[in-house]
Design a protein around this ligand. Structure first.
Ligand code: KIV
Ligand code: NA
Length: 264
């Protein structure tokens, strides 16, 4: 059981082996997902929605994420642990450094930030200061009020071109992983092929280098909603362990996400 790290994730992309990821917020689920072979665990700011029951992620604080990161770190043995930087915790580079330090000290091995060009200085500064960074483009939920809802991004050609440009710029700035959320499958494939770093998709089709789902969504137990791009594995299997195993198998064999969970 070798620990997953940025080098092995990169190798998985090169070897065309799909990366499997789930969100986790506590030690018990972290350990269960880890035992079953999930490669990446994300302490997502989705916890505002699935743990707190809010309609968006904006109220989540750095202390919330740090608290759950400690628990996940305790449960995770092999999986790679990424923690979300919440809304306004990286508005300036200096804020980002201070807040990323809290998450790294809580046990994260990488932090995730939402956004494109405006973040380049912050990202290169974090990497220079020894904090690995994951980017996040497409539907960036912290911007929900600017975007006017949780909507597919990059359907217009100009938007798609801008997303590709931003993805390349993030890679150049030093991100070692990129999440693409709710983008047309063809655009997600284009970006995945254009980048050397692994791209993890959610609502981004089956051609990204890996997949992530919010754990409550894949178990069909989320409080307020069920996104189109998710799949209720618990309804299908009747068992949590079997749900995770089937998710892993379907991601690795490109059965998930199917067209019904994707956008064009
Ligand atoms: O907060 C979260 O769970 C996320 C994933 C959906 C990528 O950012
Ligand atoms: Na998030």
């Amino acid at each position: 059981m070798k620990k997953v790290n940025v080098a092995s994730l990169l190798r998985m992309k090169t070897d065309k082996q799909k990366i499997t990821a789930l969100t986790a917020y506590d030690a018990s689920f972290a350990q269960l997902f880890d035992d079953l072979g999930i490669d990446v665990l994300l302490i997502g700011d989705s916890l505002g929605m699935v743990l707190h029951g809010a309609n968006d992620t904006l109220a989540v604080t750095i202390d919330d994420i740090a608290y759950h990161t400690k628990s996940v770190r305790t449960g995770a043995k092999r999986s790679f642990v990424i923690a979300d930087m919440p809304f306004m915790s990286y508005a300036s580079p200096k804020q980002a450094y201070n807040n990323a330090a809290k998450l790294m000290r809580a046990g994260a091995s990488m932090v995730k930030v939402e956004g494109g060009e405006w973040l380049l200085e912050t990202i290169s500064g974090l990497v220079e200061r020894s904090v690995p960074v994951c980017g996040h483009l497409g539907l960036t939920p912290q911007s929900v009020h600017v975007l006017g809802g949780f909507k597919v991004q990059g359907r217009e050609q100009s938007q798609a071109d801008a997303m590709l440009t931003a993805a390349l710029a993030l890679e150049e700035a030093g991100v070692q992983l990129l999440v693409l959320e709710c983008v047309p499958s063809s655009l997600a494939k284009l970006i995945s092929d254009a980048l050397s770093i692994p791209v993890i998709g959610i609502g981004a089709g089956c051609d990204t280098d890996g997949q992530i789902l919010v754990m409550h969504d894949m178990l069909g137990i989320s409080a307020n909603y069920m996104p189109k791009f998710s799949k209720n594995y618990l309804a299908e299997t009747g068992d949590i362990q079997a749900s995770v195993k089937q998710y892993i198998d379907e991601v690795q064999t490109k059965k998930f996400p199917g067209p019904e969970h994707s956008f064009d």
